[in-house]
Design a protein around this ligand. Structure first.
Ligand SMILES: [Fe+2]
Length: 283
């Protein structure tokens, strides 16, 4: 969101009161100065109690707390004093350790020791955040079995810490494409009753070959596929505890007028699906 292209693309949606709630990837901007426009948006939604916090770089399954994680927790402590967060979430998975500081979050084997590490780390975030904490399902896996094991692992972590599931429908869609799985097959592995928030986004293929095809990635750099909107429309009603749907797009990927128009169109499509489902629920 801090990128000017993102702010320009989204401002008409804010101006016309179409945005009920926003999610801020706070840890992507720690240490940098935010524009006045960005700060005002955050403050407005914080004041309305409609601001969600989303971390992308804590690395929940790192076994020994690194100096970088200590700094991350200190920043989180400052962040929750600055803004009023309704909920805070992080990705499930392992991201960094010591000198290895960049990469996509990856799963780890679901052993009792690893579960314990995940629980301890979730408690560290929870203690500082003092609001409901959630974990997001990953868009990357090594195999079909890994997808299934991730669901089991996430279930144990959320059950043990009474946290919510941030259900990323697009990430499930990536697994469907990459491992030829069905939506139901993946949902069955996840604690769907804990799903309190949904993410919707688009992405693209990257040249990492798996069984003679490239990997479809959770890259937030393209239009939301129609198939993803269809999955949402067909399934939203079964996710009874979901309160929030967030549309994700990386600001620096909005490069042309066409990207801007597509961004707004995707947002409005998402909103119309939610309205239709709410209307049907209230009938
Ligand atoms: Fe997501």
């Amino acid at each position: 969101m801090p990128e000017q292209a993102y702010l320009d693309a989204s401002q008409p949606l804010f101006n016309s009161d179409k945005v009920d709630i926003i999610e801020w990837n706070f840890d992507t901007c720690w240490g940098s100065t935010l524009s006045k426009q960005c700060q005002e948006i955050l403050q407005t939604y914080s004041d309305k109690n409609q601001l969600l916090g989303h971390g992308v770089s804590f690395s929940l399954l790192t076994a020994r707390q690194t100096a970088r994680q200590t700094t991350w927790l200190e920043h989180l402590n400052d962040e929750v004093k600055k803004f009023n967060y309704k909920k805070i979430s992080e990705h499930f998975g392992f991201l960094t350790t010591d000198k290895f500081t960049q990469g996509a979050p990856l799963s780890m084997p679901c052993t009792p020791e690893m579960v314990k590490i995940g629980i301890n780390n979730l408690h560290k975030i929870k203690k500082i955040a003092k609001c409901p904490i959630g974990l997001e399902n990953l868009g990357f896996a090594f195999s079909k079995q890994d997808v299934i094991d991730q669901g089991k692992f996430i279930t144990e972590l959320l059950d043990e810490t009474d946290s919510f599931l941030l259900l990323d429908i697009y990430n499930i869609y990536c697994h469907m494409i990459n491992f030829n799985m069905t939506f139901d097959e993946i949902c069955e592995t996840l604690p769907i009753h804990r799903a309190n928030e949904i993410h919707i986004s688009g992405g693209s293929f990257r040249q990492i070959e798996h069984e003679n095809q490239n990997i479809y990635c959770d890259s937030h750099d393209a239009k939301v596929p129609n198939d993803v909107f269809e999955l949402l429309e067909n399934n939203l009603n079964r996710f009874k505890n979901v309160e929030t749907c967030i549309f994700e797009r990386i600001g620096k990927t909005i490069l042309t007028q066409q990207d801007t128009a597509q961004f707004r169109e995707d947002f409005l499509t998402l909103q119309s699906i939610i309205k239709k489902t709410n209307h049907a629920r209230n009938q």
